[in-house]
Design a protein around this ligand. Structure first.
Ligand code: HAM
Length: 420
């Protein structure tokens, strides 16, 4: 018989890891809500064209990593390789442009990218994503960056800092790209084949190359920051000014271009100590042209996303304490087959009154008590023929082992009072 394995690059999140995930999901949602974000859920798949147009045809995400296919109705469909394009499609389609600005939306869910799996890199992974829609002010960039920072800080990341850059806008970027191309063409013999290709299809991405041989060419390349138009320059300076006045650690990283074509002006990542090669747990930036590109009104916006697996990895490495998941406090055991009906009626009654209870399904009383212990029940209620005849239930305190008979009609009250 064939034994099936999970697809490469995916993972099973087993029960023992669920407390980390539950805490992470709850806490990021709480922080986002405290910042005034509201949740939006969009489909896990969309028309492929939404991503080719929104994220960019020549990006790695679209060109190499997208799970794209024809569905049974011959539609071109892709599993979402990121949230932003889908959220903007939903913003336009649901007429959210009439809402007062900014519109602040967050999402949590799985993302799909056909990447080469390695530590912290998966083909299905979870993102927490947040967008501030409709504000041009760099205060919106700051808001998103502070949210990223607070999320990191609340999960025990140490020595936080921002990596920040400006990628300009359609007014100033083309001239910069020409200069970059000229510089790289002068060093054509020294650069890798991938960079030669990038120069043709997506020149900014040469700044993202990790090949040793390309580093000197990259170091001596013209810097976008020196070629920004007045508007982009002022925007970037104002953002840095806010970071300075808040005394947040940041580095202007001229090589930070990020892998999505929609970015304009600010791009950033939050870096933290102790996450090794995967120092970027979150990244984002401004995308002033995206909504218009997708058929909506011109709407400046900024957002970011956190890779949640990477946060869980850090929490586990650092033994970050997480609250346990709720567990049943009461175990209902039966003595003899004839008592099963009575026991199950009691179980249902407890649950209907809101008491978290678990019922035995089989086994001797001794093995049922072992099961109650394993489930960390605080009390076990034992129902046998004697109890039924007397109209009582035996209440066993699992810590002390003491037992007492409680009249059936009072059992709910007794549990609620003694084990609130
Ligand atoms: P991104 O940088 O492509 O940005 O992804 C954001 C985060 O997702 C990364 O920093 C990383 O933590 C995580 N991530 C990416 N790929 C993987 C993977 N294969 N396995 C595990 N984690 C991964 C975006 O997706 C943009 N949509 C962010 C954004 C929102 N920009 C504006 N608004």
């Amino acid at each position: 018989m064939t034994r099936f394995s999970r697809p490469t690059g995916t993972q099973d999140i087993l029960p023992e890891d669920q407390p980390y995930w539950e805490h992470l999901r709850t806490r990021v949602a709480e922080i986002a809500c405290s910042y005034g974000f509201v949740r939006i859920d969009t489909p896990m798949f969309e028309a492929t064209q939404l991503f080719t147009r929104g994220v960019g045809e020549a990006t790695d995400i679209v060109e190499k990593e997208m799970y794209a296919f024809k569905d049974k109705g011959d539609h071109d469909i892709a599993l979402r390789p990121e949230f932003t394009a889908g959220v903007m499609r939903a913003y336009i389609e649901n007429g959210m442009q009439v809402l007062p600005k900014p519109v602040k939306l967050y999402s949590i869910g799985p993302i799909f990218r056909y990447e080469r799996p390695q530590a912290g890199r998966f083909r299905q992974f979870y993102q927490f994503n947040a967008e501030v829609i409709g504000v041009q002010s760099p205060l919106a960039d700051l808001e998103i960056m502070l949210l990223g920072w607070d999320i990191y800080a609340s999960f025990g990341f140490q020595n936080l800092s921002f990596q920040v850059n400006s990628t300009g806008c359609p007014k100033c970027r083309p001239q910069y790209i020409e200069q970059l191309k000229t510089h790289y063409k002068a060093h054509k013999a020294e650069i890798c084949d991938d960079c030669k290709r990038r120069l043709q299809v997506n020149p900014l991405r040469v700044l993202d190359c990790k090949q040793e041989q390309c580093q000197p060419v990259m170091e001596s390349a013209p810097k976008m920051m020196r070629h920004l138009c007045k508007e982009c320059d002022e925007h970037f300076a104002a953002l840095r000014g806010y970071l300075d006045s808040l005394e947040r650690q940041y580095t202007v990283n001229h090589k930070l271009v990020r892998g999505l074509d929609y970015y304009t002006k600010t791009v950033f990542e939050v870096w933290a100590e102790g996450i090794g090669a995967q120092s970027a747990v979150c990244g984002g930036g401004r995308y002033d042209g995206l909504i218009e590109l997708l058929g909506g009104p011109a709407t400046p916006s900024v957002g970011f996303a956190v890779g949640m697996e990477r946060v869980v990895m850090v929490m586990k490495d650092q033994n970050t304490p997480v609250p346990p998941l709720p567990e049943p406090t009461v175990f209902v055991a039966f003595l003899g087959k004839a008592s099963q009906h009575y026991a199950v009626q009691l179980l249902v009654k407890l649950r209907q009154t809101g008491i978290a209870a678990l019922g035995a399904m089989s086994g001797s009383l001794r093995s049922q008590l072992r099961q109650a212990d394993k489930n960390k029940a605080r009390i076990t209620l034992i129902v046998g023929e004697d109890e039924i005849a007397q109209g009582v239930v035996t209440l066993r305190d699992m810590k002390t082992g003491s037992q007492e008979a409680i009249p059936m009609g009072q059992i709910v009250n007794v549990i609620q009072q003694r084990f609130p």
